[in-house]
Design a protein around this ligand. Sequence first.
Ligand code: GLA
Length: 383
Amino acid sequence: MTDNQLTDAFTAVHGGAPDGVWAAPGRVNLIGEHTDYNDGFVLPIALPHAARAAVRRRADDVLRLHSAQADGAVVEVTADQLRPGAVPGWARYVAGVVWALRDAGHPVGGVDVHLDSDVPTGAGLSSSAALECVVAVACNDLWDLGLGPVEVGLLAQRAENDFVGVPCGAMDQLASTCCEAGRALFLDTRTLTIRQLPVDLAAAGLRLLVIDTQVKHDLADGAYAERRSGCEKAAELLGLPALRDLDLAGLPAALDTLPDEGLRSLTRHVVTENARVEAAVEALLAGEPAALGPILTAGHASLRDDFLVSCAETDLVVAAANAAGALGARMTGGGFGGSVIALVADEDAERVAGAVSAAFAEAGYTAPRVFTALAAQGARRLA
Ligand code: GLA
């Protein structure tokens, strides 16, 4: 989809020309899963896959929203009628951003929008954050709001939390707005401090495969909220503002004071996962990306055995990839399906992908989609 094709599609739907064209990417998280709502650390990279939007500011406060991925209808809502729960389907991600901006006091009005996204949906690659962020950056530019990428990302997260109603942390939206090409985003979700870390896998003869299992189990949403409230409960019982405030040294004593195994295993995952992010950062800073491999696999074991958000399909990808010579692999994103990342030597990439496909065929699963992740640029204006 070129900028011109997007502009032509906008014209076909809305008439006239857009004011501009913007893009915001999906992401994979290298390590730091289910840490963002515990004030912890995350390490995502943006994908080349992105939501693109041609947008025109309107003089009134009507939103006319169209998506190439939807059924062709234009969704029309008035900005001052926006209420959480009032807009169904994909359009809520867009309307929610306008709602969040206005609720924060920004003078955003009506827009004509045409969207086209190649971020796979339901794959744990943040397709909804990409939609939110592309609209947020467009409004920021069109109304000269002067917001930085962190503020824009946080407003997009607010849309997801309070308009769409998903209690996610800030990782996906901040990855979409803040990532830089060729870098991993080391984000402290408490202080919102960012370090852009070089991640040059190609120079090390490595690549990161993304293996989309193409399954999304139904319990994903309820289970996410449950994990989050379990973590909050554990922190409260431990007398801590968040599980972020517990480190590896303090973990054994803290586990002794928690009343049940469920809370203990949630706590163990978050504390060890934050330590894994720090270890991964050290590996990248030392220019040793191969050292990420065992960290990924340990992270997967923790998500599978302690946090209980893995599933048969993602476990099978990790086992098959590692058995075929991957340096390490883990599920990425919220879990219950979605995608696995596998770090592989260039020369092993085909064998690993083939082994995963063969294992899926043998298990009777739908063939997975495999692609190589390249760390891409975060949200930006294209034209
Ligand atoms: C989803 C959420 C994120 C994060 C991950 C798990 O992607 O949107 O905020 O919590 O799950 O790390």
